[in-house]
Design a protein around this ligand. Structure first.
Ligand code: MN
Length: 270
């Protein structure tokens, strides 16, 4: 009888210990309603800094699967700088190809699909080496063009809001800023982008990236950027990239640029 009691107590203790042990384990269902971007960023970012969305002012770009966002205007809406056929080919074919290639690269990688496009590009070393350059090029292409369509519109003109003041303070004048931006875009050898970024020190800066690299890989927040790949301008401008860069200001959506500028101020150092 006493032996049976000892067995019962021992069993009870093991049972209680098991419950306590189970309760202390991470519960995989707890975060199931949180978006992948929110769960992914802290685990892949080497620093505890808060990363703010780059694709849109309020959200990151999903990779499960990546999807082509619709143009926010008709293909002919930017005709003051870019013809309708260029817009159609650029969006429907070039951007679509980056989306398709990214999805193909991540096809058997559900772990990576859970990450946002931004999270992958912020920490490319965490992407397996066999698909790293494919992800860099195509996640970059998807993110760059997603930003590009938004920061253009039919009614370009003068900058508005806080961005106008910041440009004057940093570059002296709008004209000086545009000249430096155009020169940097013109100097990019081969294909790439010219950007206005907020750097990790919180300052506005003009940078150029090669290929489809996005400034977030270098810790910079892209506020606005122009695509200087030939596919962006060749039909109307042929080899005259400088003319394209100059005309492009006619279709800058300063309202959206200002939104992005204000979002970038949430960045550490911003
Ligand atoms: Mn392009």
């Amino acid at each position: 009888m006493r032996k049976q009691l000892r067995h019962s107590i021992a069993f009870l203790l093991i049972f209680v210990a098991g419950i306590v042990f189970a309760a202390c384990q991470p519960n995989p269902t707890v975060n199931s309603q949180v978006t992948p971007a929110q769960t992914a960023t802290p685990t892949t970012s080497p620093s505890p800094e808060v990363s703010i969305p780059v694709a849109y002012p309020d959200r990151e770009l999903s990779a499960s699967p990546a999807q082509l966002p619709p143009l926010p205007y008709e293909t002919g809406a930017l005709n003051r700088a870019i013809d309708a056929q260029t817009m159609q080919i650029h969006h429907d074919r070039h951007h679509q190809t980056y989306v398709d290639n990214l999805n193909a690269a991540l096809k058997d990688r559900p772990d990576l699909q859970k990450l946002s496009v931004e999270a992958m590009l912020r920490d490319l070393n965490a992407v397996p080496e066999d698909i790293r350059s494919t992800v860099q090029n195509n996640a970059g292409g998807h993110l760059n063009h997603t930003i590009f369509w938004q920061i253009m519109g039919p009614n370009g003109g003068q900058p508005t809001g806080a961005i106008a003041q910041a440009i004057n303070q940093t570059f002296g004048s709008l004209e000086a800023f545009q000249q430096q931006f155009n020169e940097t875009g013109g100097d990019r050898f081969g294909s790439g982008w010219v950007w206005l970024v907020r750097n990790p020190q919180g300052q506005l800066q003009i940078v150029s990236t090669p290929n489809q690299d996005n400034p977030i890989t270098d810790g910079n927040y892209p506020i606005m950027g122009n695509d200087v790949w030939e596919h962006a301008y060749y039909l109307r401008y042929q080899n005259r990239r400088a003319d394209y860069l100059k005309n492009w200001w006619n279709v800058v959506n300063w309202n959206e640029v200002n939104n992005r500028f204000q979002a970038s101020a949430q960045q550490p150092g911003g």
